[in-house]
Design a protein around this ligand. Structure first.
Ligand code: PMP
Length: 476
């Protein structure tokens, strides 16, 4: 038996049933550079999963390797808890240099345990301590991590302290409208819940949101809506937490995704790309929130020197080489090319994204039309407003917009099996893609920001071919 098969067999015999990517991607990477991964059997793949959006510069970028080697060769300690070091000092300086103005001048940083989810826990704890309140505002479809607090503010969870608000989306708009009207109704709904003393919403310590929802199915927040969230929270003294774990470091076409809207959050949660492919997570926040006591968020692994060096090199490289702008330009072109496929493939429900965070939602055009939202009720603690609700009336919108709402066409149901087939066909063609969305029916592309035009064309060719084959042979 080939070494690759033997390793895969041992993996499935020994590793947890909870393993994830390994199930859909039965490969054994042994070498990697840039966009390319090579398996133990010699197969080569274009990697558009990029460590779930971690690898801003792709695999083993020379500046990252050089930064790591420099630390190793210097004899610096690799483990220092949260002590000060020149490596950490340089990382913090580079990170603060990139922060949105308005936050950079007043920023504090908390180094957290190495995963994004730990930085989310720290952010929730920070705002709860600072406000003395316990509730949290979070959004449908959100993904913030797998530890208890982060899970509670994610879309699939239930927690009495968390009020679930509708995240705007066009294709499956909870209000049936999409566009600016749908987003505005989502903002009005949020306002009304906060101001209605009988809404049942616990006094919020903060609002946490992703500027582009990633795992939830690639939903970019409209800029105007994000500004509304900023106004609504600022007017009520509620700290706004931007989870930029996946959207940060140029991914969406701006260095930080909040910059598209000009919104300055009170707290930013950062991980993935900031560690230059090694584990690193931080919370950055306005200094007046810094009222938690020493040890409030401790942890043994908060001083990963190699990750800080790799991260500082990555941040500097993205900044100096204008890679956010590159992501914007190339991402727009890739989105346009993918959209051009919708004409020949009725199974493509929607193509959406921002920068190099791209999703293709697959649907079953022969299936029954589905109701609004992919996952049943829009909210978990309160009911969504019907078309005749006071929220809609109070929205002051042109009521003709609402007139034929009941009759408007609804999107086709999601097609998770087809999406899985597309992922398999992609792999057979040497392309690694991720699946996401409420029903795992969204094919996701998260290529490194360093991807060339030729590589992008190869990715799209392989994806289009995989889609054509999967659509021919799979239904539903
Ligand atoms: N927040 C967001 C927006 C994420 O996308 C993720 C991971 N996909 C996390 C938090 C959690 O990060 P980690 O998996 O490193 O805990």
């Amino acid at each position: 038996m080939h070494a690759q098969e033997a390793i895969l067999r041992r993996q499935s015999a020994r590793e947890s049933a909870a393993r994830t990517y390994a199930r859909a991607l039965p490969i054994v990477p042994v070498r990697a550079r840039g966009l390319t991964i090579e398996g133990a059997d010699g197969s080569r793949y274009l990697d558009c999963l990029s460590g779930a959006g971690t690898l801003a510069l792709g695999h083993n970028h020379p500046v990252v390797l050089e930064a790591i080697r420099k630390v190793l060769d210097s004899g610096a300690p690799l483990h220092v808890l949260d002590l000060a070091t020149p490596v950490k000092d340089a990382f913090t300086t580079e990170l603060f240099r990139t922060l949105p103005r308005g936050l950079a001048e007043h920023a504090r940083i908390q180094f957290c345990g190495p995963a994004g989810t730990d930085a989310v826990e720290a952010a929730l704890k920070l705002v709860r301590t600072a406000t003395g309140r316990d509730g949290m505002l979070a959004f449908t479809g959100a993904y913030h991590g797998m530890t208890a607090g982060a899970l509670a503010v994610s879309g699939g969870a239930r927690d009495v302290r968390v009020a679930r608000l509708p995240y705007p989306q066009d294709y499956r708009c909870p209000f049936g409208l999409g566009g600016a009207h749908g987003a505005e109704l989502s903002a009005r709904w949020t306002e009304s819940l906060l101001d209605d003393t009988k809404s049942g919403v616990p006094a919020p310590a903060g609002m946490i949101l992703e500027p582009v929802q990633g795992e939830g199915g690639v939903f970019p927040a409209p800029d105007a809506w994000l500004r509304r969230m900023r106004e609504i929270t600022a007017a009520r003294g509620i700290p706004l937490i931007a989870d930029e774990v996946q959207t940060g470091v140029g991914r969406t076409g701006a260095f930080w995704a909040v910059e598209h809207s000009g919104v300055v959050p009170d707290v930013m949660v950062l991980s993935k790309a900031i560690g230059g492919s090694l584990p690193l997570a931080v919370v950055v926040y306005r200094d007046d929130l810094d009222v938690w006591p020493p040890g409030a968020h401790a942890g043994t692994f908060r001083g990963n020197q190699l990750a800080m060096a790799a991260g500082a090199a990555t941040l500097a490289y993205v900044r100096e080489n204008g890679l956010a702008q590159r992501a914007a330009t190339l991402g727009a072109r890739m989105l346009a090319e993918l959209r051009s496929l919708t004409a020949e493939h009725p199974c493509i429900g929607e193509v959406r994204g921002r920068g190099l965070m791209i999703g293709v939602e697959l649907v079953n055009p022969a299936g029954e039309e589905s109701g609004p939202g992919e996952s049943g009720p829009v909210t978990s603690v309160v009911d969504a407003p019907g078309p005749d609700s006071p929220v809609l009336r109070a929205a002051g919108l042109d009521t003709s917009v609402l007139g034929d709402l009941a009759a408007t066409a609804r999107p086709h149901p999601p097609a998770p099996q087809l999406a899985a087939a597309v992922q398999r066909e992609c792999l057979r063609r040497g392309l690694i893609v991720e699946l996401g969305g409420r029903h795992s029916s969204v094919v996701r592309l998260l290529p490194p920001l360093t991807i060339t035009d030729e590589q992008a064309a190869a990715v799209l060719d392989r994806l289009a071919d995989a889609l054509a084959t999967a659509a021919r042979t799979h239904h539903g």
